[in-house]
Design a protein around this ligand. Structure first.
Ligand SMILES: [Zn+2]
Length: 114
């Protein structure tokens, strides 16, 4: 049962995907080792954005592990500006659960630079 059933709002845990031990083409959840499949377009709740930007909703390309009481979201690794995702995407820097700051892809239409 998820904590939300008790009215507790748990922020998403945002982490870098781990490489699967057996097949480096697969990505795994760094918390439990489960293979997490292909990325989807997902919303991050209350991300720790360190850039000075306004974002209505941080939508990104990410995998999700749902074997936890909270959502573990694993944004795809991108370079700054997310050139691999095409021209409608950019990046903002987000502090992940391990305290490292990484670029996270976000549609350009969602971001207002200050
Ligand atoms: Zn997991």
């Amino acid at each position: 049962m998820s904590l939300e059933a008790y009215g507790v709002e748990t922020p998403d845990v945002v982490r870098e995907p781990a490489d699967d031990r057996h097949d480096t083409d697969l990505k795994a959840c760094p918390e439990c080792g489960t293979v997490v499949g292909e990325p989807n377009t997902l919303k991050l709740d209350a991300p720790d954005v360190v850039d000075d930007v306004e974002i209505d909703t941080l939508v990104t390309r990410a995998r999700k592990c749902d074997r936890h009481a909270y959502d573990v979201l694993l944004p795809v690794r991108v370079r700054r500006g997310a050139p691999s995702l095409g021209r409608s995407w950019t990046t903002v820097r987000v502090r992940l659960a391990d305290q490292r700051v990484r670029p996270v892809a976000v549609p350009k239409s969602q971001v207002t630079r200050q």
